[in-house]
Design a protein around this ligand. Structure first.
Ligand code: 3PG
Ligand code: MG
Length: 442
């Protein structure tokens, strides 16, 4: 199904240059941020916020070390130049209590293997013992603080703190204890850039007057995402999937006047299809968002952005591993649920991707973790890889789409796989990252 209107070139161009400038400013990248390369770290204690929120299996084994590996350039640069490194991160959502299963110990171990040097892990991210360990660090030493979210103060939102003096005090005190240990603050936690956690936002506030810079990972992420939005080569195609349309409304709204096409798959497509009068059987649908979905389609038509939705579907009666499935064309019978885009849709989507020159993709086309309902996602992944081979710039955000390209072993063919899921979405929404905004400018 395609909604297409003729594009008014002039209108679109005027629109685009205006909003892309706005985008750069709101993302905090109009003014170049100082990076760790701009400061002297020799003999200094450097407190660095990373996003080591890595996926773990039931035995706490790391199943993807991508976020650790991508932090290495900044870590090595600091250690090689004689800085003493105090790394900090969250892992999971332990809700302010110690939870052994969410210890950062496996991360310290992996990091130590990658760096070929010892990485000390503390028992707690704050406290006298931790402070003493920080003081004792020599140039080139590396220490990782235990999970920041074992303390509830880490995730107190500034909005809540504004209305409650006790919360404000608690968040500030926690941040001060972290800040106290260091001379320099480095933020390289792109995956957490959309949060105002104490370690992301309050610590750099407390450290005002000391160097507060971004690392190379954040620099790279902002460059790729920022360039894509501000100067995309056309055709520019956005591929969106995943369960909920409500998660992607802001992204669609912000991208409508920038992209030529939006390809929509995954369960979120069924909210649109139901709104358009299709029978969707038992497929997931956010009834409260049907009106909004229809409004987005109207907006797209107005600016001449082509929106593509599934025309056929892989459907099951019961959602379970090995469930028998069939292809439904157009409407879906009652009692059946869509679990993937159908083969005709996959082919159509692929043909609309392979000629693109700029591609952004977030979210799978179906229940990707349950083969064979990964077929649609695979076809899309291969089309993105092929387009990139043909010269397109491709950017993937979100863990599921990233693991799809990894599974197919085409990750090398993607221009940029973002370490941010929620963060890359908020960037695409044009939201401001206040945690990055307050850091030093060049
Ligand atoms: C993520 O993986 O989304 C980031 O690490 C942020 O984690 P959070 O969504 O639990 O804040
Ligand atoms: Mg998240």
């Amino acid at each position: 199904m395609t909604t297409k209107l003729h594009k008014s070139e002039t209108k679109t161009n005027v629109h685009q240059s205006g909003s892309s400038i706005k985008n750069l400013v709101t993302a905090g990248i109009k003014m170049a941020k100082k990076t760790v390369a701009d400061i002297d770290v020799k003999g200094k204690k450097v407190l660095m916020r990373c996003d080591f929120n890595v996926p773990l299996d039931e035995n706490s084994n790391i199943t993807s070390d991508d976020r650790i590996v991508k932090a290495l350039p900044t870590i090595k640069s600091i250690l090689d130049r004689g800085g003493s490194l105090i790394l900090m991160s969250h892992l999971g959502r332990p809700k302010g209590r110690k939870d052994e299963k969410l210890s950062l110990a496996p991360v310290a171990k992996r990091l130590s293997e990658l760096l070929l040097k010892e990485v000390i892990i503390t028992d707690d991210c704050i406290g006298d013992e931790t402070k003493a360990k920080a003081q004792a660090l020599k140039p080139g030493d590396c220490m990782l603080l235990e999970n920041l979210r074992f303390h509830k103060e880490e995730t107190i939102k500034d909005k809540a703190a504004k209305e409650d003096a006790q919360l404000r005090q608690a968040k500030d005190d926690f941040a001060k204890q972290l800040a106290e240990m260091a001379d320099i603050y480095v933020d390289d936690a792109f995956g957490t850039a959309h949060r105002d956690n104490a370690s992301m936002y309050t610590v750099p506030q407390v450290m005002e007057g000391k160097p507060r810079v971004i690392g190379f990972l954040i620099e790279k992420e902002l460059k790729y995402l920022g360039d894509m939005l501000s100067a995309p080569e056309k055709p520019f195609v956005a591929i969106l999937g995943g369960a909920k349309v409500s998660d992607k409304i802001g992204v669609i709204e912000n991208l409508l006047d920038k992209v030529d096409r939006i390809i929509i798959g995954g369960a979120m497509a069924y909210t649109f299809l139901k709104g358009m009068g299709k029978s969707i059987g038992n497929s997931l649908c956010e009834n409260d968002f049907i009106d909004k979905a229809l409004q987005l389609l109207d907006q797209a038509a107005e600016v001449g952005c082509e929106v593509m939705l599934p025309v056929d579907h892989r459907v099951v009666r019961e959602l379970k591993q090995g469930a028998s499935h069939r292809i439904a064309v157009g409407d879906i019978d009652s009692g059946w649920q869509a679990v993937d885009i159908g083969p005709s849709t996959a082919k159509k989507f692929a043909s609309k991707i392979t000629d693109a020159k700029t591609i952004v993709w977030n979210g799978p086309m179906g229940i990707f973790e349950m083969p064979p309902f990964d077929e649609g996602t695979k076809t899309v992944a291969l089309a993105v890889a092929e387009a990139t081979d043909n010269g397109a710039r491709s950017i993937i955000g979100g863990g599921d789409s990233a693991s799809a390209v990894e599974k197919l072993d085409v990750q090398e063919k993607i221009s940029h796989i973002s370490t941010g899921g929620g963060a890359s979405l908020e960037f695409l929404e044009g939201k401001k990252f206040k945690a990055i905004d307050i850091l030093d400018e060049k």
